[in-house]
Design a protein around this ligand. Structure first.
Ligand SMILES: *Cc1c(COP(=O)(O)O)cnc(C)c1O
Length: 419
């Protein structure tokens, strides 16, 4: 069952023609299918039901309040990486006892906020961070629940920008130094050791690297338990990949069954932090063709969405499939699909074989639900786009398009510059 489909020669999201939505909200906009989001979360969660587990949706992949709330309603927790994401999670009604706080650079004010909210645990990434959390917890009279993010030095076989579990990456504490960090944690009076954590990378298309990471973590947990440390939670992070072009990542059920086999009977609650696999293929970016032009070498399709709206192609060289919203028989062409931003790296597709596109028509940039809106910016003073959620035959604007006032909010011209 697919929720982005052609019916009567028009691309629909669930029961609504995308053209109708664009007539109401204008372009560009992000569009999410409710039933796809629910299915992706449920399939992932159910895949682990053989053991005690908690799915903490990774807020950074798409942090819209409506999506957070949807996953909260399905029993999900949230993986956050900033005070701002904590604020969003709390606003969306997340249970603080289902929130884990990751990231290498937590500030004291963020730590204090999380302690006051009573989150499940901090995934700590350095010895200095242990000291800081201990200090802040002491100051406000709380005991801080912590896990240590271990860097297992495993090649996740993904894009170097999204690989995180190698020694050369900034993330986590080297697995060989981790026992020392746990000893430090157990000596600090305001910390409570809860578990162990890792996250080796994103867009993983093989299970093997994460299975290797799990094996290394288990070995470490055994050592720690012999030393008398309590390890109740084992957090394997996120990272499961999706199909953008022709990748064949494992299905969540296959992914889960391989991990379950390794962890069953280990007496740890498993925490998972999926992002991309839940939202990536549940969202698309809709844009309008403004102009087309060609020279001796190239054809360009200039659309109204740019790298500020979807940065993945220019940032990671990522592939996103592009479909015309109107389905009709037409000639094919090879073209670059580019945005209005004043940068040569502003493209959505390069040298792509596409049906011949006409000025004024709509395109759908597929698989844009993860790291799409959440990585968007105001570069070139472009207002950030609207986000729409569709459920059956109903559409909901879950973030309105910014206007020019939003663009300058908070900016001040100092008095001395005025006449
Ligand atoms: C980004 C991130 C995730 C989510 O990664 P996906 O590839 O989107 O599943 C999970 N955990 C941590 C710590 C992250 O930084």
């Amino acid at each position: 069952m697919h929720f982005f489909e052609y019916k009567n020669n028009e691309l629909h999201c669930e029961g609504i023609p995308i053209r109708e939505i664009s007539e109401k909200v204008g372009t560009p906009f992000y569009l999410y299918s409710y039933h796809t989001l629910v299915r992706h979360f449920t399939v992932f969660d159910d895949a682990f039901k053989g053991i005690p587990h908690l799915v903490c949706y990774s807020a950074k992949s798409n942090s819209n309040l409506a999506l957070l709330r949807l996953f909260v309603n399905l029993g999900g927790g949230v993986d956050i990486v900033s005070g701002g994401e904590l604020y969003r999670a709390v606003h969306a009604g997340a249970d603080p006892q289902k929130i884990v706080f990751s990231g290498v650079g937590k500030r004291e004010d963020e730590i204090e906020y999380a302690l006051k909210m009573g989150i499940l645990m901090f995934n700590v990434e350095s010895s200095q961070e242990l000291q800081t959390i201990n200090k802040v917890a002491g100051r406000i009279g709380k005991k801080a629940p912590i896990a240590i993010r271990v860097n297992p030095d495993i090649d996740p076989k993904t894009h170097p920008y999204i690989s995180t579990g190698l020694k050369q990456n900034k993330f986590g504490i080297d697995i060989l130094r981790a026992p020392m960090a746990y000893r430090l944690a157990s000596q600090l009076p305001n910390l409570k050791v809860m578990g162990i954590d890792c996250h080796i990378g994103s867009q993983l298309i093989e299970v093997e690297p994460i299975l290797q990471a799990l094996k290394r973590l288990k070995g470490l947990v055994e050592t720690l338990r012999e030393e008398g440390q309590d390890i109740h939670y084992l957090d394997l992070g996120g990272g499961l990949g999706i199909t953008y072009e022709d990748e064949e990542p494992p299905h969540p059920v296959e992914y889960a069954s391989i991990l379950l086999e390794e962890i069953r009977g280990f007496d740890c609650k498993l925490v998972l932090e999926p992002g991309r696999v839940i939202v990536g293929n549940a969202g698309v970016l809709i844009s309008k063709v403004l102009y087309t032009k060609e020279n001796e070498e190239k054809r360009f399709v200039i659309v109204d969405a740019g790298m500020n709206d979807l940065v993945r192609p220019s940032y990671y060289g990522s592939y996103h499939n592009i479909l015309p919203v109107k389905e009709e028989k037409r000639e094919e062409m090879i073209a670059d699909v580019v945005g209005p931003i004043c940068e040569s790296s502003d493209f959505l597709a390069k040298g792509r074989k596409l049906p011949t596109l006409q000025s004024g028509e709509l395109i759908a940039v597929m698989s844009a639900g993860a790291y799409g809106f959440s990585m968007s910016t105001n570069y070139n003073s472009r207002t950030r786009v609207a986000e729409v959620l569709v459920r059956d035959n109903q559409m909901f604007v879950i973030r309105k398009r910014e206007d020019y006032e939003d663009l300058v909010r908070g900016e001040v011209i100092p008095e001395f510059l005025l006449p």
